[in-house]
Design a binder for this molecule. Sequence first.
Ligand code: B12
Ligand code: SF4
Length: 501
Amino acid sequence: MYTKVFLRLEPLGLELVGAAAQRAGHDVRLLDLQVESHAAYFRTLERFRPDAIGFSCNYLANVPEILDLARETRRRRPETFVFVGGHSASFIAEELLEHGRGAVDGVLRGEGEAGVGPLLEAIRAGPGAVSRVSGIVTAHGAGPPPAAVRSLDELRPARSILRHRRKYFLGVLDPCASIEFTRGCPWDCSFCSAWTFYGRGYRTIHPERVVEDLESIREPGVFIVDDVAFIQAEHGYRIGEAIARKGIRKEYYLETRGDVLLRNVEVFRFWKRLGLQYMFLGLEAIDEEGLRKYRKRVSLGKNFEALECARSLGVRVAINLIADPDWDRDRFEVVRQWCRETPEIVNISVNTPYPGTETWHTESRRVQTRDYRLYDIQHAVLPTRLPLAEFYEELVKTQQVLNGKHMGWAVLGSTARLALERLAHGQTNFVRMLWKFNSVYDPALLLADHGREVEYAMRLPPPAQETVEPERLFVLPRSPRAHRSIDEATRRFVEETRTPA
Ligand code: B12
Ligand code: SF4
């Protein structure tokens, strides 16, 4: 949606689920609707005539599109089993079934690789068998809790079933593939569902397996999708050493926390030599109060130190800050000034409570809209202090700082050689990106989005509570072995940062 200006990423989750279905003996087609049209989807439906269709729903904003497609699919192919999986779907399973009014047969919660084989087997066996599959939720109730993948080392994405691979890019990394080194996060930020989805588990993939996967990637750019890269220095080193031994040369982008960067700076320095180009730091706030609110468990001083550190490594840094709907003009102006003075790419998102996060249960402000499409962190779904139109004007004006400094001619000048190189290889994503900003980030369009008719009204959050038991939020049940990938020193480091100052 809004992020399409800067990137379009390989659907790694779907490739992994596709690979699991293939391993279970099925013939699989993968369609990425970021790239392909609905017409292409219906053509595939007609020609391939699948027995089952699984939609990936990682993002709330995609719910209406998935439901529309499911309903039309039911009309055209009543006998096909339609199911939905993915991050967001796992938190709103019953809601999806209700909206589907019979068009969605089931929601498969949790890691798709674990559940898809048994589900496809059960579909063949009949409805009674489906409701016994781990992780399934159907109109008749929920099956046993979702099971976690036994070993991530056994997984390999089915990259070859994805068409149009040249369409995937991330800024100047054009084309760009995605890869996973670890899964989960040991922190517990209140606005985030990475830790609740994986039951606070954190697992690593064996360095040799990572490098095997990397060797199969043809794209020169690689996005490391881990929630927090290189929490554990040793793991990062071992992957890096294996890459160096094989002589693999790629350009990398990763996301991490400021305190992890400071603690493991030597790993990041090593990765700079291997080709690390971009790093995303979720600072979230430039004041202590903001950091406390989001329970980032990191101080402002540490975050700024991390910024300095990233600069000294010569890695390009993108930062995220969360704008609160409660901000007034002055607050926006302070942040805008900071963005102007900061050489890094500063992205501003809007504080949005999501199902599956703690904030969803504790936020006492009432959501102002039940339109899933607005839950994309670019729209305000909580009450704004400023009139909504003014809030969007201020927001876009602040986001414009990024556009002025890092897009358009300002960038083309300094990246001319790179841009020409990409164009010479037929890659146009990066160059086209440079002028897209204004057509997408527009206060009038943002405001108009609130006036659209809502066909599927999102379930409201429960009445606000002071606290919520984390276990109630988990998709994958917490397992005693969930942290087995973390060494003792890292465990202590995480625990220390988790102790309130
Ligand atoms: C890449 C990414 C993006 C890309 C998306 C590109 C793309 N093509 O998918 C971009 C940058 C656009 C993006 C944007 C946003 N993202 Co994002 N993103 C990620 C990220 C880092 C990696 C996704 C990934 O590839 N994971 C690895 C694969 C293997 O896992 P997976 O996709 O979840 O798939 C597994 C399961 O979900 C499931 N599954 C998935 N599909 C299907 C389908 C079927 C049929 C089945 C059965 C199972 C299944 O099985 C898969 C294998 O186990 C994740 C964090 C993470 N580590 O997962 C966050 C994450 C998914 N994003 C998140 C969020 C909040 C957002 C944003 C709102 C803002 C933000 N914080 O970045 C925006 C909103 C976008 C929108 N329009 O609404 C949240 C969760 C979203 C939620 N529903 O609550 C996550 C978990 C990050 C976080 N820590 O909060 N994101
Ligand atoms: S550190 Fe990042 S991934 Fe982990 S819980 Fe916090 S925001 Fe989510």
